[in-house]
Design a protein around this ligand. Structure first.
Ligand code: ZN
Length: 181
C-alpha cells in the first residue's frame, strides 16, 4: 500500500501549498494594473502610463500623444503632485535607496530612473515599454510607486543621458501624471 500513501501525502502537500499561495495574494493586496493619465503644462491630455505587475517585475507602457517631436526622458518622481506649469511639486526622482542618477552611473541608479527614453515622432505620438525589477505596485514595499502617499511620472523636454546626477540633463518637465493607489 506504500504507493497509495505517497499519493495521499502528495495531495495534502499540494493543497497546503495552494492555500499558502492564496493567503499570500490576499495579504499583499496589490492591484495588478494601474492606468495613469498624463497632462502637459497647459492641461492637454497627452496620453497614459500603464503599470502592470508581473511575477518579479513591473511593466510600464507609455502611450503618448500631443507632445513635441523629439526624445524625452521619463522618470518616476517622489511626490504624488503634478502642479502645472512646471511640475516642480513632483520633487526629485524616486530614490528610496539613496543612490545617484542614471542607469549608466556606477553610483546609481534611482528607483525612479528608467532604462530608455520616449521618442515622439512627426505625428506627435509615441510609445515606449519598460520592464524593471526595482519598482512594484505592492503598497507596503519601500520601492513601491505607492510609497509615502504615492509618486508621479514625469516626461521631460530633453533625453536622459543616463549618467548625469541628479536629473540626467533632461531639462524642463513638460508632462506629468499622479500615481496614487
Ligand atoms: Zn534619477
Amino acid at each position: 500500500m506504500l504507493p497509495k500513501r505517497i499519493a495521499i501525502a502528495s495531495i495534502v502537500f499540494l493543497a497546503a501549498g495552494m492555500f499558502a499561495a492564496t493567503a499570500q495574494a490576499k495579504s499583499s493586496e496589490k492591484p495588478a494594473k494601474l492606468v495613469v493619465a498624463l497632462h502637459s503644462s497647459d492641461g492637454t491630455d497627452v496620453g497614459t502610463a500603464t503599470f502592470t505587475e508581473k511575477k518579479k517585475s513591473l511593466h510600464i507602457h507609455i502611450d503618448a500623444k500631443n507632445l513635441p517631436v523629439g526624445t524625452h526622458a521619463v522618470h518616476i518622481h517622489q511626490v504624488a503632485k503634478c502642479d502645472a506649469p512646471d511640475f516642480k511639486t513632483a520633487g526629485g526622482h524616486f530614490n528610496p535607496d539613496g543612490k545617484k542618477h542614471g542607469m549608466n552611473n556606477p553610483l546609481g541608479h534611482h528607483n525612479g530612473d528608467l532604462p530608455g527614453n520616449l521618442v515622439i515622432g512627426e505625428t506627435h505620438t509615441g510609445t515606449v515599454d519598460f520592464t524593471v525589477n526595482y519598482l512594484t505596485l505592492a503598497p507596503d514595499a519601500a520601492n513601491s510607486i505607492f510609497a509615502n502617499g504615492g509618486t508621479s511620472i514625469v516626461i521631460h523636454d530633453h533625453a536622459d543621458d543616463m549618467v548625469t546626477d541628479p536629473t540626467g540633463n533632461a531639462g524642463n518637465r513638460i508632462a506629468c501624471g499622479v500615481i496614487i493607489q
